[in-house]
Design a protein around this ligand. Structure first.
Ligand code: DX5
Ligand code: ZN
Length: 217
């Protein structure tokens, strides 16, 4: 299977949201990446349910929802009802992560777990077999347009080793500071899905940038 490109709608033009959703529909991108921030887990507030409903109304590709919120269990069914196909919660925000992952599966979605830059991959040792996706944060979550953290490459290798040591499979996604300058190297280090916000929406030609990132050099 070829790798996945997931443009982050955080970098879209909210005044022209339908236009930007259709841009992704018409592009070679695979998923819509949806960043939900609560101003508590991360020092920023992004957008919530009404905006996601507006995206979902026009989106023709899977919604990959990244929750940067405390106590995400409260909203699992709400995000399912809004069309999320993949629901990713943060390891650092879940006291009972296994229970949360079970609840996401029970709601009929794929379950992902995100790790902040300081969180080692080894914390997933006892849950990796239950996960459909691991999201490695390559910036501190909360804002688009930040600088990629180079340590991410080592974490990707650690994660690939953990996945094969457990004889399981799981999508490895990278989020933050990803673009034409580093996507190949990320794929070389084991990433399967690449989130890109600024690199896509701030580009002169977003669709050509997505095409470029879909092409292995
Ligand atoms: C950051 C979000 C990212 C963000 C990426 O907290 O999780 O998905 O939109 O933006 P760029 O690609 O601009 O770093
Ligand atoms: Zn994200």
């Amino acid at each position: 299977m070829s790798h996945i490109i997931a443009p982050s709608m955080l970098a879209a033009d909210f005044g022209n949201l339908q236009r930007d959703v259709e841009l992704v529909n018409e592009s070679s991108a695979d998923w819509f990446h949806i960043d939900i921030m609560d101003g508590v887990f991360v020092p920023n507030i992004s957008y919530g349910m009404p905006v996601l409903a507006a995206i979902q109304k026009h989106a023709k590709k899977p919604l990959d929802v990244h929750l940067m919120i405390v106590d995400p269990d409260r909203y699992i069914n709400a995000f399912r009802d809004l069309g999320s196909e993949i629901l990713t919660v943060h390891y650092e925000a879940c006291t009972h992560l296994h229970r949360t992952v079970q609840a996401i599966h029970a709601a009929g979605m794929k379950a992902g777990v995100a790790l902040n830059p300081h969180t080692p991959v080894s914390v997933l040792n006892d849950i990796i077999q239950d996960l459909d996706l691991v999201l490695i944060m390559s910036v501190n979550p909360g804002f688009g347009g930040q600088k990629f953290i180079e340590r991410t490459y080592q974490k990707l290798e650690d994660l690939s080793s953990l996945i094969s040591a457990n004889n399981t499979s799981c999508i490895v996604e990278v989020d933050g500071g990803v673009g034409p300058g580093n996507y190949n190297q990320l794929l070389d280090h084991g990433a399967h899905a690449l989130v890109a916000g600024s690199a896509v929406f701030k580009a002169e030609d977003p669709k050509a940038t997505i095409d470029l990132m879909k092409t292995r050099q």
